[in-house]
Design a protein around this ligand. Structure first.
Ligand code: EPZ
Length: 424
């Protein structure tokens, strides 16, 4: 176990290259199971990516890292069972379900448990896969999935544009017989990246002007070489750090378009931005203004993953900011930790009211989840004194070289062993 010691109150200044997107890399790695030889560039070096590679290896593929790329070579007939231990290591492992079914005609996985963001049901994934011809039975906490013959195309309309369910349908339907029409699909940039990967491998997926996905099934997917898009949430987090602590930053290797729902909030807070298609400069010099209302929504709305880091910055704004979380039921677990650092936040149900305070102070605090952990680090960078941040394995799931990047901006943050720490 390790922890961060963060000596706050230091303005940040410098340049960062943003790493590849975790939430694009994970479904692409799952899809690589049904493609030919895949080379995935800009694949971030994260524990969640390691977990995905371990699942691939277990399923009979060879997944190897070479610098910033991961190559995947699916071999043999493949295994259709993902053990509980691997399913629980990464909560998004459910995205392997469509790929395993498409590859083997059957799958057995343990039901993913609840998680730190509240219950994360998979009913939409299962209902959509059933429409493609998968027979699903539950057996003592396991899901048994079976296809008689080949998967077949279908008309599917998602009741909510679930990112994971859209990904499972895209992968499975790419190898189904006939055409699938997916309505109310998620439109996140990570979905577009998965579609690009699948089409490069020979899939036939089209997005209609109405926003429906048309997937014409093919028999085989071939070799593919792909570059993962930049991580818009990591980019947003580093911008939040500068908004909170003050200073200036230049982000390189970003896709500014993917951040178009996020950047206006930094302007509302009084930060100065220079936005180019693949770089963003931001400076925060004076006081931080509060945010009238931040509502998380499916893309192209404000992303739920950036809610907690932005809230950490709003804690030191001059005035009251309102947050409304519309995606997950329980995504305010960082609030009590920020309050331990002197923040004034009242969260009830989906709404959080943040009354800005002149300064946060140091405390011993815990990462409650990936983005919540990053948010607490953002708060600590702006706080007076030395903050001890525990359970940082959450941050390692989604941020490559987190402390190295912050150190490059001049932050005083170090990773130290923490042998006696409890898992939050
Ligand atoms: C993806 O999760 C991301 N994970 C999440 O990022 C992100 O917060 C989320 O999309 C929303 O943008 C990955 O891409 C690996 P959903 P996912 O299915 O696919 C409900 C991070 O920090 N729902 O769009 O699980 C669900 O409970 C992570 O990087 C059902 O009810 O998101 C939630 O309330 C965390 N039934 C909402 O929909 C279902 O079958 C959105 O879930 C599926 C989802």
């Amino acid at each position: 176990m390790e922890k961060f010691i963060i000596a706050g109150g230091q303005q940040l200044d410098g340049k960062l290259k943003v790493h590849g997107a975790k939430n694009a890399a994970l479904p692409i790695l799952a899809a690589s199971l049904v493609a030919g030889h895949s080379t995935i560039h800009n694949c971030p070096n994260l524990t969640d990516v390691d977990a995905a590679c371990r699942i691939l290896t277990h399923l009979g593929a060879k997944a190897l890292r070479h610098g910033d790329a991961v190559t995947v070579e699916p071999e043999g007939e493949g295994i259709c069972y993902i053990p509980e231990e691997l399913m629980h290591r990464m909560r998004s492992s459910i995205v392997f379900l469509g790929a395993v079914i498409a590859r083997c005609g059957r799958a057995r996985i343990s039901m993913p448990g609840g998680c730190e963001l509240g219950p994360r049901p998979i009913d939409l994934h299962l209902a959509a896969l059933e429409r493609l011809g998968v027979e699903i039975t539950e057996d003592h906490g396991f899901l048994d999935c079976q296809v008689h013959g080949r998967l077949h195309g279908a008309q599917i309309s998602l009741p909510f544009p679930s990112v994971g369910a859209t990904e499972n349908v895209l992968i499975a339907a790419s190898l189904a017989q006939g055409e699938t029409i997916l309505k109310n699909a998620a439109r996140e940039p990570e979905i577009a990246d998965l579609i690009e990967f699948l089409n490069e491998a020979g899939a036939k997926i089209n997005l209609t002007p109405q926003g429906d996905l048309h997937i014409k099934g093919v028999k085989y997917l071939g070799e593919v070489e792909h570059r993962v898009i930049p991580d818009r949430i990591a980019a947003a987090t580093y911008l939040c750090a500068v908004a909170a602590a003050g200073g200036k930053i230049e982000l390189e290797d970003v896709c500014s378009e993917h951040l178009s729902a996020v950047l206006p909030y930094f302007e509302e807070m009084g930060c100065r931005l220079t936005i180019k298609p693949d770089s963003i400069q931001m400076a925060r010099e004076g006081i931080l203004h509060p945010l009238e209302q931040v509502r998380t929504m499916p893309y192209p709305g404000f992303p739920t993953d950036a809610q907690s880091p932005l809230m950490a910055a709003a804690c030191v704004a001059e005035g009251t900011s309102i947050f409304i979380e519309n995606i997950f039921e329980s995504r305010y677990k960082h609030v009590p930790e920020l309050c331990r650092m002197g923040a004034d936040i009242k969260a009830e149900g989906r709404v959080a009211v943040v009354r800005g305070v002149p300064a946060l102070h140091s405390a011993k605090v815990f990462c409650t989840d990936l983005r919540g952990g990053a948010a607490i680090a953002v708060g600590a960078l702006a706080a007076e004194g030395n903050t001890e941040l525990l359970s940082i394995e959450h941050i390692d799931r989604g941020y490559e070289n987190f402390e190295g990047n912050l150190q490059a901006l001049g932050a005083r943050i170090k990773r130290v062993p923490c042998p006696d720490s409890i898992h939050y």
